[in-house]
Design a protein. Structure first.
Length: 208
């Protein structure tokens, strides 16, 4: 989502048009995409927990930047809009988002509803890279999980690292819900990552 108070340019319907797909609905539309993708954000937490713990305003997925074209072709019935720096702009057909933009909203044209947020991430097929600090780069196999229903998602330890920056009430709730279920190696990784990117973060003490 984006903060409407700082908007300088907006194309497409407003924020009230968000009617996000569920992860299962997104997976159905991406089943033939042919590239790796994963659910991130709040829905990644709920896939980790195995149930929906709270309402979600949107659905975020992440793909490697070079794979964006394949995802766009799989969503050919939709239009994509670049989001960032106070702008929501229609992405021209076959155009690639500029390197300083990573967020792309998916508009269901027929319904005039926002369905999903496609995040472009660095890294490659073997290495996951934290967008906010590229020196954090564990193996992708350690960071991406695939649930029993086949939906790929960012592991809770990765989702929480992103959530740690804002630590909104819903992020605090997500951390508390996940902590008892995080594997020791995931807790240890998150502790080290927090020490690196946000020294002194209050979650650090609870990780041991």
């Amino acid at each position: 989502m984006t903060d409407p108070s700082g908007v300088t340019h907006w194309e497409g319907p407003g924020l009230d048009a968000w009617q996000a797909w569920t992860p299962a609905e997104a997976a159905q539309r991406l089943q033939t995409v042919g590239v790796s993708w994963c659910v991130v954000g709040g829905w990644a937490i709920d896939l980790f927990l195995g149930h929906q713990s709270r309402p979600h305003d949107d659905l975020e997925i992440a793909v490697l930047r070079p794979d964006f074209g394949a995802v766009r072709r799989a969503l050919a019935a939709c239009e994509l809009f670049m989001v960032g720096d106070g702008e929501v702009r229609r992405l021209p057909t076959d155009a690639q988002p500029p390197l300083d933009k990573h967020q792309n909203w998916v508009l269901d044209v027929d319904a005039q509803a926002w369905r999903m947020d496609v995040m472009l991430e660095p890294g490659d097929a073997d290495t996951w890279v934290f967008r906010r600090d590229p020196s954090v780069r564990p193996p992708r196999s350690f960071m991406i999980d695939r649930k029993e229903d086949g939906i790929p998602c960012l592991g809770a330890h990765g989702a929480l690292l992103y959530k740690a920056k804002a630590a909104r009430p819903k992020d605090e709730a997500d951390f508390s819900a996940c902590l008892p279920h995080l594997a020791p190696e995931a807790q240890a990784w998150l502790a080290v990552a927090l020490d690196q990117v946000q020294p002194g973060h209050p979650w650090r003490a609870r990780l041991g």
